[in-house]
Design a binder for this molecule. Structure first.
Ligand code: ADP
Ligand code: ADP
Length: 229
């Protein structure tokens, strides 16, 4: 796991409209931070900056003390795992789908990633329909299950920091709970987690950052934030 640090990060897509207005926080290695706040607050933008999708106008983003602006894109992709919002699954087993991107992974590693993402019970199943060649019944995966395959695929790459941008996805409460359980497992495994989320239902984060109009307006553990109302 890696430490993530934002130092007075400012970002704008267009000069006249700042999106992040000096965001600073540190996520110690192995901790989970949830970035919550209303739609348009800048949560997705913040997530994408960690992946160096864009460069901040000023300020620095550091992973284990190293400014990501100075890191080769290739190394950054190893360090940061970004769970995509929408996942395309191949019509092959869930295990194959998890392994995609890291074909050298051992069966044990695939099984462990599946366990963490809580999809180990259907690792040998097919994502959809009926496979005439294998003669096996496939599964119709729900949105949440698909996302957990994406999570497993990302953690198989053993990133130092795992970023999950849920800010714009409209998940039902059952799916939310399934994904929350998977995230709890991953955080027990001491992966540094950054979760961007619309709602404040992320109870188990070590720290919750409340982002509003590009600024952190509140921060603390869930209980502290509740106490403050
Ligand atoms: P959140 O994830 O909190 O909903 P976003 O980071 O998606 O917020 O968006 C913050 C603001 O930046 C919004 O006003 C949005 O319209 C704007 N924005 C997001 N992406 C882009 C983009 N690619 N180009 C220009 N503006 C953008
Ligand atoms: P490669 O082509 O070297 O395999 P990819 O471009 O597929 O690399 O990306 C590697 C990782 O980066 C994947 O985990 C993928 O989910 C993530 N990634 C790539 N592009 C995006 C993007 N636009 N948004 C979010 N994640 C992305």
């Amino acid at each position: 796991a890696g430490e993530l640090r934002f130092e007075d990060v400012r970002f704008a897509y267009t000069p006249e409209r700042p999106i992040l207005r000096g965001v600073s926080f540190t996520v110690p290695a192995g901790n989970t931070v949830a970035v919550v706040g209303p739609s348009g607050a800048g949560k997705s933008t913040l997530s994408r900056l960690i992946f160096r999708f864009y460069e901040p106008q000023s300020g620095r983003i550091l992973i284990d003390g190293q400014d990501i602006a100075a890191v080769r894109q290739e190394s950054l992709r190893e360090a940061v795992g970004m769970v995509p919002q929408d996942t395309v699954l191949f019509n092959d087993t869930i295990g194959y789908n998890i392994r995609y991107g890291r074909p050298d992974a051992s069966d044990a590693e695939v099984a462990e990633a599946a366990r963490l993402a809580q999809i180990d019970n259907f690792i040998r199943s097919l994502p959809q329909g009926y496979d005439t060649q294998v003669g096996e019944r496939g599964l119709k995966l729900s949105g949440g299950e698909k996302q957990r395959v994406a999570i497993a695929r990302t953690i198989l790459k053993s990133p130092r920091i795992l970023v999950l941008d849920e800010a714009t996805s409209a998940l039902d409460s059952f799916t939310e709970r399934e994904i929350q359980q998977a995230l709890d497992k991953i955080s027990e495994d001491r992966t540094t987690l950054v979760i961007a989320h619309r709602l404040s239902t992320i109870v188990n984060a070590d720290e919750i950052l409340v982002l509003d109009k590009g600024e952190i307006v509140e921060r603390g553990a869930h209980a502290q934030l509740l106490a403050r109302g």
